[in-house]
Write a protein that binds this ligand. Structure first.
Ligand code: G4P
Length: 527
């Protein structure tokens, strides 16, 4: 197969949702279609994220929460699909944000009873920033749900994206009849004895006016569907794939993941319309996927897969060319040539050594502590990919050494954990104390646990009251200096030495923005 053919047949995406909307369940069903796993429910209690594959860290076992973001590859109708799993727990949202930098599209799962929830909104902000194409799957139609038109309106309003239903449900909850596929003009009938095993029976209904429809779903629901479809066709513009690819419109599907209902339709449409690897943006130029020379960047570092070693796995997203085992690549940041004798690919239940990988693929590289998030590998060009920012953290604590004899271990541990992107480190300009910023409270426990178990260091947390950290810059050097002088007690530097303003309250932040017009306040580290 040529490089171009390999690229064209690849789809790399993430499923995102608010916890409990059904992301894990949907992932499992997709893997079933791909034959990557064989029996529904084979994965213990439906939780792939709790399975052995992503159970890399002791802390996960202890807490039963997936701290990991793993990759699941499978083939479906000659299409190579890479699902990048994202942590279910919202405290690990930063991990999810970063994973979104490595995907070409996204499927958003929404609970039909609950509608759009906070976590979905936050994740969508990242997709919007990156213009990532999104598809929406409204789940749990077997339960009483909100009205489908209300849900569509809610998605448009809350996620700030136009929607275009490509399927439409017939009732929900105990009277859920099925889903009419507007794209293929067929009807999938829902029956409850299909639970967990087969996919639904589908009937072709070319003409909704036909009495056949009444026979399948009953007169009342047939009439309702006719009305609904008429409304859909009247209200929503025809689906335009280019708009979807530009991130302007989201096709919407309805179904029930746990019943494997509506999932095949989603998958079929996904492989047809979702983008294959898109060009990546580097500082100096855009990089096309079909360029012959290999380029890629590290978007995630995963520590301690083997608890007996402190080794890490760096997840490399291939952006262009063909990645080859045992070939020298330039690690751009260090200027060193490195080669990898056992790069791994991730399948649903196992990882295996690979000889080649193509744009869109994720390769696991063994790392002894030298790689950082955002590191670029090339065949010699000094490229640096952009679009892998740190996000402004929301929770802050001072970190103190709790064991004076282990100072070095603590410093090394903090350094490596920050490189992995577990949290962000700021140094106060006021007193030189180190401040850790995270997006979730659980992160502090993870850091403490890992410092102790992986680095033999002990830390103590002390409270600090900060509302938000933002990076600041200005072309007006005088105003910037004035700002830094006045806000001296609230200034810090990040690990790259860049100025960060630690606002005590949202009011203080708003006031600072108001009073210092020439200063730009950034909520991601890339600007
Ligand atoms: P998440 O990864 O987004 O957090 O959600 P997950 O798939 O774990 O699903 C959360 C719960 O919702 C699970 O139930 C799951 O079985 C259920 N669920 C998923 N899809 C559907 C659906 O289409 N209809 C209904 N009625 N329920 C659905 P649980 O009781 O928390 O766990 P489990 O014991 O069933 O695994």
């Amino acid at each position: 197969m040529t490089l171009q053919e390999e690229i064209t047949r690849r789809r790399t995406f993430a499923i995102i949702s608010h916890p409990d909307a059904g992301k894990t369940t949907l992932t499992e069903k997709l893997l079933l279609f791909g034959g990557a796993i064989h029996v529904a429910g084979a994965v213990k209690s439906n939780k792939i994220k709790k399975g052995a594959t992503s159970d890399f860290m002791e802390i996960e076992r202890q807490r039963g929460i997936s701290v990991a973001t793993s990759v699941m590859g499978f083939e479906y109708r000659d299409v190579k699909i890479n699902i990048l799993d994202t942590p279910g727990h919202e405290d690990f949202a930063e991990d999810t944000y970063r994973t979104l930098t490595a995907v070409d599209s996204v499927i958003i799962v929404i609970d039909g009873a609950k509608g759009v929830e906070t976590q979905t909104r936050k994740l969508m902000n990242v997709c919007r920033m990156r213009k990532t194409p999104v598809m929406v799957f409204i789940n749990k139609l077997d339960r009483p749900c909100k009205d489908p038109f209300d849900l569509l309106d809610e998605v448009e309003r809350e996620l700030q994206i136009r929607v275009r239903p490509l399927a439409f449900p017939i009732s929900n909850g105990s009277t859920f009849k099925g889903v009419y596929n507007l794209y293929e003009k067929n009807l999938s009938l829902f029956t409850s004895d299909e639970r967990q095993t087969a996919d639904a029976s589908t009937v072709e209904i070319d003409d909704l006016a036909s009495v056949e429809l009444d026979r399948y779903v009953g007169e009342r629901y047939a009439a309702q569907l006719r009305g609904d479809v008429e409304l859909v066709e009247g209200v929503y513009d025809p689906f335009d794939r280019d708009e979807y690819l530009r991130g302007e419109v989201a096709p919407v599907f309805f179904g029930s993941a746990v019943n494997n209902f509506g999932v095949r339709e989603l998958l079929e449409c996904f492989i047809r319309i979702a983008p294959s690897p898109r060009p990546s943006t580097a500082e100096t130029r855009p990089v096309e996927a079909n360029e012959p020379k290999m380029t890629g960047f590290v978007f995630k570092i995963h520590a301690n897969m083997d608890p007996n070693h402190r080794d890490r796995i760096a997840f490399l997203k291939i952006c262009s060319g063909t990645f080859e085992r045992n070939r020298n690549y330039l690690h751009v940041r260090s200027g060193k040539q490195l080669k990898f004798s056992s790069p791994t690919a991730f399948m649903a239940e196992k990882k295996s050594v690979i000889d080649f990988a193509y744009p869109g693929d994720i390769v696991g590289l063994h790392d002894t502590g030298n790689f950082k998030i955002g590191d670029t590998f090339t065949e010699g060009e000094k490229l640096r990919f952009t679009g892998i920012p740190s996000f402004s953290p929301e929770l802050f604590r001072y970190i103190e050494n709790a064991d004076p004899l282990k100072f070095k271990q603590l410093a090394k541990g903090i350094d490596q954990l920050m490189d992995e992107g577990v949290a962000q480190l700021f140094t106060s300009s006021l007193n030189g104390r180190k401040i850790i910023g995270t997006v979730g409270a659980l992160q502090f426990e993870v850091i403490q646990y890992r410092l102790e178990h992986e680095y033999g260091a002990a830390c103590r947390w002390e409270p600090i009251s900060i509302h938000k950290a933002c990076w600041i810059e200005s072309d007006n050097a005088e105003q910037l200096a004035d700002f830094k002088r006045r806000k001296h007690t609230n200034m810090a530097v990040d690990k790259h030495g860049r100025d960060v303003f630690l606002a005590d309250t949202s009011y203080a932040l708003a006031l600072a923005q108001e009073n210092f017009k020439d200063i730009r306040f950034h909520f991601t580290s890339e600007f």
